[in-house]
Design a protein around this ligand. Structure first.
Ligand code: ARG
Length: 267
């Protein structure tokens, strides 16, 4: 995770952002610290990368890479405003013993568009990540990547329209996907939780689950009720200050899969 030390809205690269809107930075910092504390209270380890001045979106560190079995793929941002973030995170990967950290050839916005579900990776495209990044990620990470096309610009990253609940279960917003992608999702995940705009307007699907506890925005109450019905344990937090930038909980949380297990410095 990366603290929102320099968090701000000074450019608009998605529909949620309007430059000039005042960001309450102390509130953002407090919400971020609460999220860190929430993970720690659930028994998860949180490691932190330093924020960099001039990079107001760096708090959304998940967009800067994907890690599977300790193997790290860096990001390449579509928008110039965020491009420098990728280098800082790649260096962190190198300095912290992640395996074969690599800067990709094609545009990919890390776990913004790549979501790991069990042994497969769902790969979003349409607004940010280049479809050619899917084969590149599959080769580097050794997992198949299933391509999904996003069609609603409010849901510009896959993780704004789809949340992973466990190794076999997802939740998603059907309206965010092309008809072909929707067919694929229905076939792959017939038991998926179906979300609606009452939750996604709060980025309710931008959630982090350990398979039981699902950390999600406290405003996503309908989704939370559905999760209870399915036997999950929702953990609501207020992360609303970050909506001003179109970011949420998952955007702020890169999962370092296998870091302790496979990486020398992580063990
Ligand atoms: N302002 C950031 C951007 O548009 C927000 C990124 C949020 N990350 C995410 N995975 N949705 O790039």
């Amino acid at each position: 995770m990366c603290p929102p030390t320099y968090f701000d809205v000074v450019y608009a690269i998605n529909d949620w952002m309007s430059p000039g809107e005042q960001v309450d930075r102390p509130r953002a910092l407090a919400q971020w610290h609460t999220l860190v504390d929430t993970y720690r209270a659930l028994g998860h380890e949180v490691v932190v990368i330093d924020a960099v001045e001039g990079l107001p979106d760096m708090v959304f560190v998940t967009d800067s890479g994907v890690v599977v079995d300790g193997v790290a793929l860096g990001a390449r941002y579509r928008c110039a405003q965020r491009r420098a973030e990728a280098g800082h995170v790649l260096r962190w990967f190198r300095e912290n013993g992640l395996l074969t950290p690599r800067s990709p050839r094609f545009v990919n916005e890390g776990e913004g568009d790549f979501l790991v579900v069990g042994d497969v990776i769902l790969g979003g495209t349409g607004f940010r990540s280049d479809p050619r990044s899917h084969a590149e990620a599959a080769a580097h990470l050794g997992r198949p990547v299933v391509p999904l096309t996003l069609v609603d610009s409010r849901y510009y990253h896959l993780n704004t329209a789809l949340g992973v609940l466990d190794d076999a279960t997802i939740a998603y917003l059907p309206a965010a996907f092309s008809p072909e992608s929707l067919l694929l999702l229905r076939r792959m995940f017939p038991d998926a939780v179906i979300a609606d705009e009452s939750d996604t307007q709060w980025l309710g699907l931008n959630l982090v689950s350990d398979g039981l506890h699902v950390v999600l925005p406290e405003q996503a109450t309908r989704l939370s009720d559905q999760l209870v019905d399915r036997g999950y344990d929702p953990v609501p937090v207020d992360y609303s200050e970050f909506l001003k930038s179109g970011g949420g909980i998952k955007c702020s949380t890169m999962e370092l899969r296998g870091y302790r297990q496979f990486c020398e410095m992580g063990s």
